[in-house]
Design a protein around this ligand. Structure first.
Ligand code: C2E
Ligand code: CA
Ligand code: CA
Length: 738
């Protein structure tokens, strides 16, 4: 069997994208954007901080310049100092103590010099060099222009910049000494009181030197928290370093102060990154989880939808495809079949399945159906085919084969397979299979029509004795047409009750052949076809439920007639369909009332099939009618399924032994023993017995011997119109009188 598997890959991919990829990409993108923004703002704040740091370094250097000048003033603006330098024989010791070494000890200046008005060196030293001339030679170059400028200003008495805090004018510059950056600051040695006279421009000049590397950098690095603060010559700065230019007044670039920049943004970012990463990861994980949940939910929905689809297309019990699925499959096969291939539809129906269900119960019936489905599939094997369950015990199959012989062999195999006994829940069960086959003619595309033909063929297979298959032929169509016609005509007959009449077959006591009652038997006189036998039209009436109005017509008519026959029992046949109707007992009662017949004179004949009713209506109808005195007889006793077992549960007053038992009397393997057992059983249960179809005096004798109560048959009387019964009664009365 083959099913076209649903191709769902593109839908699956789309679902993956919608459920997983997009939300995750969104979350990841969002996290990334957030992180990039953070990096950008960290960079911004780092840049700002670096600008500030550079400004700060520049400021520190220029403050240092001012500071050195201020340091100098503590000794250079001093009467004693002026006197000491201008003295004929200057006291070198004193000068060194107060304007030389002292500056180094006290202010950490690296060099100090005193230059006379003739620009000769009076005294001096420079870090690492004791010889004062050599020392001065090292600074002479940058000092010269400053010295000239300062003297010019002194001469002009230019005291720009002098105020409460700055006591004297001075010149200072940043320069390079032996490749080391340094501040050189020049201050005149002048009187603090103004009492010591000096010629302007001819003052002694004090020069202070402070190198801007080494201890200076250590100190400001410590005080201002600069990391790796260093001096770098031009072209020697490293990559990541921040730097501040050191420029001489002339604009010449001396070098740079460099340091590892403090990057607050990066610092914040670095410390926040693990947390942010954690948050991002959690966010992604959460999104992933949500997406996974959504995915599972949608997967679940899809599964449920597939399940529903499967359920909509298959039978829950056997898991076979159902009618809808079969129809679409068959339509598909017919639409695209190759012209050389034969396509056949098989309509399969189980024989006696209903009996199994009724006697052994539905669970056994269900299990049997599952087994049957297995055997059908097994037998069909791998041929291009589909088996479907289309009703209670009805199956259909579509078969593709090269020739009709193959199809016939297949049907034969199916019938044989189902005939093999089943064992269900420990019960050995034997059932049968009837199959109707319709082979699609060339060009036939109508699946419905083909199935209909298979159904008709099935009807014929059953009519021909079950446990076999029949292949549809056009003559079958004719029968179906006739059946439809009958249905239509019967519908008319029920409305125009002139066509319906009732015959009565007398029932006699076996003992003295005395007339005890009559059985009402319906007769239909068809306007064109004449009298129709009930065996033909009753099944049609039952199928179409026309049996209900028909049964009522017969019952009313028979009751009316029976009113005229006091002392006789009136037997009326009732179909199972009628008894299953909720209102049956009420309708019978109202007819009895309307006609005025004593309910005790009415006996309703039912068959076992009426008792298979599960709704309970049938039992309630019987109980209600028995309560008002109506009696019941079990018709065709012995032909049904497990009659003896059934009898235990039945609420009837009489059994009618079927004609087929009576027929066997006197023949080899005859049924006398069975009939004896039936009668004994009935008597044990207090039931009366009637034997039907007595045609010979011998049969009558046997029944008399066996203790049967009443008999009925052509030997004694055929069914006859009411007038004939009247005449018969009149004859009896006359005979009685006579
Ligand atoms: P049944 O209830 O078993 O009725 C007995 C049938 O056997 C009648 O056939 C009767 O004519 C026939 N019969 C009686 N004695 C002999 C005999 O000695 N030899 C032979 N060969 N046949 C004999 P009928 O009237 O054709 O009825 C056939 C069946 O139709 C009935 O079988 C009954 O099942 C059904 N039927 C008839 N009338 C009604 C009705 O009003 N309502 C329902 N629901 N079913 C009816
Ligand atoms: Ca009957
Ligand atoms: Ca009968």
């Amino acid at each position: 069997m083959h099913f076209d598997k649903e191709r769902s890959m593109p839908a699956g991919q789309l679902r993956f994208i919608l459920n997983f990829a997009i939300p995750l990409a969104l979350a990841a993108g969002l996290s990334l954007a957030l992180y990039l923004t953070l990096i950008w703002s960290a960079r911004q704040s780092d840049q700002l901080a670096q600008q500030r740091q550079t400004q700060l370094v520049t400021l520190i250097v220029s403050n240092m310049q001012a500071g050195i000048a201020h340091d100098q003033e503590s000794s250079s603006v001093w009467d004693d100092a002026v006197r000491a330098v201008t003295h004929q024989t200057p006291d070198r010791e004193w000068l060194n103590n107060n304007l030389g070494r002292w500056m180094q000890t006290y202010f950490q200046h690296d060099g100090a010099f005193i230059v006379s008005p003739h620009n000769t060196l009076l005294l001096g030293f420079l870090d690492g060099e004791i010889d004062q001339d050599l020392s001065y030679a090292r600074i002479a170059g940058p000092v010269q222009p400053l010295l000239a400028k300062l003297r010019a200003r002194l001469k002009e008495k230019d005291d720009t910049g002098v105020d409460d805090h700055v006591l004297s004018i001075g010149e200072s510059d940043i320069t390079s000494i032996d490749d080391r950056p340094a501040i050189i600051s020049l201050k005149p040695i002048i009187s603090d009181s103004g009492d010591v006279e000096q010629v302007p421009g001819r003052e002694f000049i004090h020069i202070a030197v402070r190198f801007l590397d080494g201890s200076f950098l250590d100190a400001i690095g410590r005080d201002y928290l600069f990391e790796n603060l260093q001096f770098a010559r031009v072209g020697e700065t490293g990559e990541i370093q921040s730097r501040a230019e050191l420029r001489a007044l002339s604009g010449a670039l001396i070098g740079y102060l460099t340091w590892t920049p403090f990057r607050p943004g990066t610092a914040v970012l670095n410390s926040a990154t693990p947390t942010l990463a954690g948050i991002a990861v959690s966010l992604l994980a959460l999104m992933g989880l949500l997406a996974a949940l959504a995915w599972r939910r949608s997967a679940h929905l899809i599964r449920s939808r597939r399940q529903l689809e499967h359920m909509a297309h298959s039978d829950a019990l056997t898991n076979l495809p159902n009618r809808a699925r079969f129809s679409s499959y068959l339509a598909g096969v017919l639409a695209k079949r190759q012209s050389t291939d034969l396509v056949a539809v098989l309509y399969l129906d189980l024989d006696r399945f209903k009996d199994v269900n009724d006697t052994l119960g539905h669970p056994v019936g269900d299990a049997l159906l599952v087994e049957v489905a297995c055997r059908l599939k097994e037998t069909m094997g791998k041929t291009a085919a589909m088996v479907a369950r289309v009703g209670g015990d009805e199956f259909t199959a579509a078969v593709q084969a090269a020739d009709s012989e193959t199809i016939e062999r297949m049907c034969d195999a199916l019938v044989t397979a189902i005939r093999r006994p089943f064992v269900i829940h420990g019960h050995p069960i034997t059932i049968g299979l009837s199959a109707g086959v319709a082979i699609a003619e060339e060009g036939c595309k109508d699946a419905r029509e083909l199935t209909r033909k298979a159904d008709i063929a099935l009807y014929h297979a059953k009519a021909a004795g079950r446990n076999r298959f029949a292949i549809f032929g056009s003559h079958m169509d004719e029968l179906v047409r006739a059946r439809r016609e009958m249905e239509r005509d019967l519908r008319l007959a029920v409305q125009d009750i002139q066509q319906i009449s009732v015959h009565y077959q007398p029932v006699f006591s076996v003992e003295c052949q005395e007339l005890r009652g009559v059985e009402a038997l319906v007769r239909w006189r068809h306007p064109q076809k004449g009298v129709m036998p009930p065996d033909v039209f009753i099944p049609v009436a039952e199928e179409t439920r026309l049996i209900e109005p028909l049964g009522e017509i017969v019952l009313r008519e028979a009751c009316r007639a029976a009113v005229e026959w006091p002392g006789l029992t009136l037997a009326v046949n009732a179909s199972a369909i009628e008894l299953r109707s909720e209102t049956y007992s009420v309708r019978v009662l109202s007819i009895l009332n309307a006609v005025g017949l004593d309910p005790a004179r009415l006996e309703i004949e039912i068959t076992e099939s009426a008792l298979a009713d599960t709704s309970g209506h049938c039992e309630r109808n019987i109980a209600a009618l028995r309560a008002i005195g109506v009696r019941f007889a079990l018709d065709d006793f012995g032909t049904g399924f497990s009659s003896f077992g059934r009898l235990q549960r039945l609420d009837v007053d009489r059994i009618k032994i079927d004609k087929c038992f009576v027929d066997g009397f006197g023949k080899p393997g005859g049924n006398e023993e069975i009939v004896r057992a039936m009668i004994n059983l009935a008597q044990a249960k207090g039931l009366r017995t009637t034997a039907e179809g007595i045609e010979t005096p011998e049969q009558s004798d046997v029944l008399k011997r066996l203790g049967c109560d009443e008999v009925q048959g052509y030997l004694l009387a055929r069914p006859m119109p009411a007038e004939a019964i009247n005449a018969m009664l009149a004859r009896d009365r006359d005979a009685g009188r006579g």
